[in-house]
Design a protein around this ligand. Structure first.
Ligand SMILES: *Cc1c(COP(=O)(O)O)cnc(C)c1O
Length: 394
């Protein structure tokens, strides 16, 4: 702490906090102060910090074989793909190293799919308020203007519509012959935990089927049990054509995945896409262990229960307060939306030993580890509620 970081690029607005170690839902700084982590490294460490089984898998795999290359077969990668196919009911997987990279694969698949149908200028519908990453293609797809500003010319081939607006999708279907896919988050994460109306995803599925479009879901933040189901789209009872994953898949080990079904699984052939590190033995062994634990201990269920409890505690205390727009959430993707910018709450909470996040200026976002116990969930509410009350009374 207090270092000048003069040789780091100034790409982040960092908080003046640094952690030395972590265990479960707790992080500790170099002075021994403990922080209850209600953000999980932005939905990454769902199984908590330094889960012993994951640490062991990393140690063992790193002393057996870390990397070979996709020049060769990688049995652990094959097993990981089999597991993801079984969990999703989808056909094939491409492995990358981040969320943005997983989305890059999805975007390339949509374009090639379009070209194979004879559409020379394929277009992908994307939503206002969305976040898909920071590479040129994914920032072009992203709805947040701040992410795009200064990086023009943006990639063409994206057509933007409001989130949760089926009429806009239907309008595109009748008026734009170039559309080949829609890329959407089942719940907008960075955009402020925005939950679409019941029926939205099912209707998108139908529109995509009717028009021969790919339904591409960015589940990088919502996937892997956080929403109370393995994948957020399962609440809608549908299966997408393309789904991207990253964040929680490695619990801190960088792993991304682009999972595809049916027609979308026949788009890429040899030479169309690749990654040096993608799905290497270390990443694959880690992700396999993550999936083992999520499945064995039924963390989808746990997230549903913990999330319902935390939402209830927060809503009971805050929902009717002047200045609170809404307390909302699905599973352990939770938000308290206020009627004014509340970024200052982040450091105030940290001073009380609680790590939270504020996104979209006015939304307190909570993404606690799925492993949080009932008493830890209650402790998050106990620490947060008085801070929000005080902030609102100012
Ligand atoms: C975090 C996130 C990304 C980008 O993932 P990176 O690993 O940072 O590239 C993309 N989409 C969503 C919905 C995300 O939450």
């Amino acid at each position: 702490m207090g270092s000048k970081m003069q040789h780091l690029m100034t790409t982040y607005n960092r908080l003046p906090l640094a952690f030395a170690r972590g265990e479960g839902v707790w992080l500790e700084d170099s002075e021994g102060n403990k922080y209850l982590d209600a953000i999980s490294g932005i939905a990454v460490c769902g199984l908590g910090h330094c889960h012993p089984e994951i640490s062991k898998a990393i140690c063992e795999q790193s002393s057996t074989l870390m990397h070979t290359s996709n020049l060769y077969e990688i049995p652990l990668q094959t097993r990981l793909a089999d597991r993801l196919a079984k969990l999703t009911g989808m056909d094939r997987v491409f492995f990358a190293n981040s969320g943005a990279e997983a989305n890059e694969a999805a975007i390339k698949i949509a374009r090639l799919y379009g070209h194979k149908k004879g559409i020379d200028t394929p277009s992908i519908l994307v939503c206002e308020g969305s976040f898909h990453g920071r590479t040129m293609a994914t920032l072009s797809a992203t709805g947040n203007r701040k992410v795009r500003a200064g990086f023009e010319p943006l990639l063409r081939g994206f057509s933007r519509i409001p989130f949760n607006d089926l009429d806009a999708v239907r309008h595109a279907a009748t008026n734009d012959q170039n559309v080949v896919a829609i890329l959407v988050e089942p719940i907008q994460g960075e955009g402020g935990i925005k939950i679409p109306d019941q029926g939205y995803l099912a209707a998108l599925r139908e529109i995509c089927d009717d028009n021969g479009w790919l339904l591409m879901l960015d589940e990088i933040q919502t996937g892997l049990c956080r929403s109370g189901k393995w994948f957020a789209h399962q609440h809608a009872g549908i299966v997408p054509d393309v789904m991207t994953l990253a964040k929680a898949l490695g619990n801190g080990m960088p792993v991304g995945a682009c999972v595809v079904n049916k027609a979308a699984s026949e788009v890429f052939g040899p030479g169309n896409h690749g990654s040096t590190f993608g799905g290497n033995p270390l990443a694959s062994a880690t992700a396999l262990t993550v999936l083992d634990i999520l499945e064995r201990e039924n963390f989808a269920n746990q997230a549903a229960q913990s999330g319902a409890l935390l939402k209830q505690l927060l809503a009971d205390a805050l929902a009717d307060k002047h200045g609170v727009k809404e307390v909302r959430g699905v599973g352990l993707l939770l938000a308290i939306e206020l009627n004014k910018p509340c970024g200052e709450l982040v450091m105030q909470a940290a001073d009380k030993g609680l790590l939270i996040n504020v996104t979209a200026d006015t939304v307190i976002r909570l993404l606690p580890p799925l492993v949080a116990s009932e008493s830890e969930i209650r402790e998050i509410a106990t620490r947060l509620i008085p801070l929000v009350e005080e902030f609102l009374n100012k």
